[in-house]
Design a protein around this ligand. Structure first.
Ligand code: GDP
Ligand code: MG
Length: 171
């Protein structure tokens, strides 16, 4: 199978870079330059089958929204991240969804919704139910994650890989 591009999207500071580093390096980066966009190649084994991926950790700033349309065109799968500690970051995803729908039109697109920072439960602003409902509306799997304590990090990416495979199989 060819290289799959997985794009990590969301408003600034939700933990896109921390999730990416936790997935790839297996440690937590506390302070990472929010303006840096980086991509990493890796091979996962999901359900006993290898898959080669390029993970694109986006900078997620509004001024780069023309760049964003390029991600939507080039990406094979998308990870939409908000922080459970900020309602604003969940609301901020609606722009991304609109842009994706415009670019992908009616094509089914592998994607997952992630509510990050679940270790900060005392600062929670977004109920798990609210995330679940949004995911249902978007027709995609949902995970609450922690890049800090490594909760559901691999699981969420693996689920995205499964979706990409399922869609390839129905083409
Ligand atoms: P990005 O702008 O979306 O790439 O966000 P970063 O990955 O740079 O993270 C923004 C801030 O949130 C940093 O200070 C991280 O240490 C912190 N952070 C990210 N993920 C988590 C998490 O799961 N739990 C906690 N407690 N902090 C996190
Ligand atoms: Mg970042």
């Amino acid at each position: 199978m060819s290289l799959k591009k997985l794009v990590v999207l969301g408003t600034p500071s939700v933990g896109k870079s921390a999730i990416t580093f936790q997935l790839l390096q297996k440690y937590f980066v506390d302070f990472y330059d929010p303006t840096i966009q980086e991509s990493f190649r890796t091979t996962f084994v999901v359900d006993r089958q290898p898959i080669s991926c390029e993970i694109i950790d986006t900078a997620g700033q509004d001024e780069f929204s023309s760049l964003r349309s390029q991600y939507f065109q080039a990406g094979d799968g998308f990870i939409f991240v908000y922080s459970i500690t900020s309602k604003k970051t969940l609301e901020g995803l609606s722009d991304f969804f609109l842009q994706m729908d415009r670019i992908k039109e009616d094509q089914p697109t592998p994607k997952i919704l992630v509510g990050n920072k679940v270790d900060l439960s005392s600062a929670r602003q977004v109920d798990q139910k609210v995330g679940e409902e949004l995911a249902k509306k978007m027709n995609c799997p949902f995970f609450e994650t922690s890049a800090k304590t490594r909760i559901n990090i691999e699981e969420s990416f693996y689920e995205l890989v499964r979706q990409i495979r399922n869609m390839d199989n129905t083409k």
